[in-house]
Design a protein around this ligand. Structure first.
Ligand code: GLY
Length: 359
């Protein structure tokens, strides 16, 4: 069992990495005083993990209500948010109830946003079931829904009261979704830790990664350190975690949230940011090649077909954009980044080189 405490200005909460359900139950009782839970999950997770959680809570005598949305990034929308408000009222969920986000990044984001806004905010906990959610999205309180023109455009920072990471849930996760999470793991290595990069690279060279407890712990550790210092992305520290994300969010929006999993888009986005870094002579050819190599080893598809003008406009909708200037996290060497406002002509030029698509 491993525990990381995320200490913030006004509150703190634990990330519990454990397969032991009793440890979870005692952490839950410590974190939340309630008798009623509102589980938000998706139709895939419902089939494989809902019963386990349901039984666990019912055995404690809790009242448990359930809301199920369809799986997929395109479901993180205003229609489903509205469905959740209606369902919660119908189920008599009140201010003392607690939301459980049981699922991957999509469920975590929409459930968190729901919890933050229902009756002006009720408590919530995260039980991530995917590698992506365990290593990144369930921690740090980013909650949101997408709009047609932008990913995570409506959202708030709202911290969970507890995050329970049980790697056992990964046993049912399809390989494509493990890879999806691997992109975020690689992001943490590229941004923070050359040794971690070397470790992942050698594991990938020898086959697929297996020590998920270790990978998850490393990512949670780095993320909690950053969130502690810059909970709301104000001091520009947390922004580092957006490496590859400006391109990725544009790609997800461009393809109507249907063609790429978030991690698949982030993988291409990290290559894009590294190519911009190379063009600006911020990093060496060697560093660029190192980024490309690990993404190739992980088996990510690194080419896309896009309409550059349309894509560029979507990139401008990014939340980090300042006075119309695209704001990218660039890489100077493995483990080191810089946050830079990049001129439009550079972005357009790299987009052209990158995608190989016609204007
Ligand atoms: N996924 C980036 C962040 O939570 O800040």
């Amino acid at each position: 069992m491993k525990k990381i405490t995320v200490s913030l200005k006004d509150n703190k909460y634990d990330i519990l990495i454990s397969q032991n359900q009793n440890k979870f139950l005692s952490a839950l009782k410590k974190a939340i005083k309630t008798n009623t839970f509102f589980i938000i999950t998706d139709n895939n997770v419902k089939k494989v993990h809902l019963n386990f959680i349901l039984k666990l809570l019912k055995k404690q005598g809790y009242s448990v209500k359930i809301a199920v949305i369809n799986a997929g990034e395109s479901e993180k929308n205003i229609k489903n948010l509205s469905f959740l408000y209606d369902k919660a009222l119908k189920d008599r969920i009140d201010r003392k109830s607690c939301v459980i986000a049981l699922g991957g990044g999509v469920v975590g984001d929409i459930a968190g946003f729901f919890a933050a806004t229902f009756m002006r905010g009720i408590s919530f906990i995260q039980i991530p079931t995917t590698l992506l959610a365990m290593t990144d999205s369930s921690i740090g309180g980013k909650t949101a829904i997408n709009t047609a023109k932008g990913k995570n455009i409506a959202g708030v920072f709202y911290q969970p009261k507890l995050v329970w990471i049980n790697v056992h849930f990964l046993t049912t996760l399809p390989i494509q979704h493990l890879k999806n999470g691997l992109a975020e793991v690689i992001k943490y290595a590229l941004v923070f830790d050359k040794k971690f990069y070397t470790h992942i690279k050698s594991e990938l060279t020898n086959g697929f990664l297996e020590d998920f407890d270790y990978l998850i712990y490393k990512c949670c550790f780095y993320k909690s350190q950053i969130v502690k210092k810059d909970e709301k992305e104000i001091s520009r520290l947390r922004i580092i975690l957006n490496f590859g994300h400006t391109f990725a969010h544009a790609l997800e929006t461009y393809s109507a949230y249907k063609k790429f999993l978030h991690g698949e888009a982030v993988a291409i986005g990290m290559l894009f940011a590294s190519l911009v870094s190379l063009k600006l002579k911020l990093c060496s050819k060697k560093t660029f090649k190192e980024v490309k190599q690990i993404l190739n080893l992980a088996g990510f598809k690194l080419h896309v077909k896009i309409n550059i003008k349309q894509f560029f406009n979507l990139m401008k909708n990014d939340k980090k954009t300042i006075s119309g200037n695209i704001n990218l996290i660039l890489i100077s060497e493995i483990g080191k980044t810089k946050n830079i406002l990049v001129k439009d002509n550079i972005i357009l030029n790299v987009l052209k080189n990158f995608s190989g698509a016609k204007k």
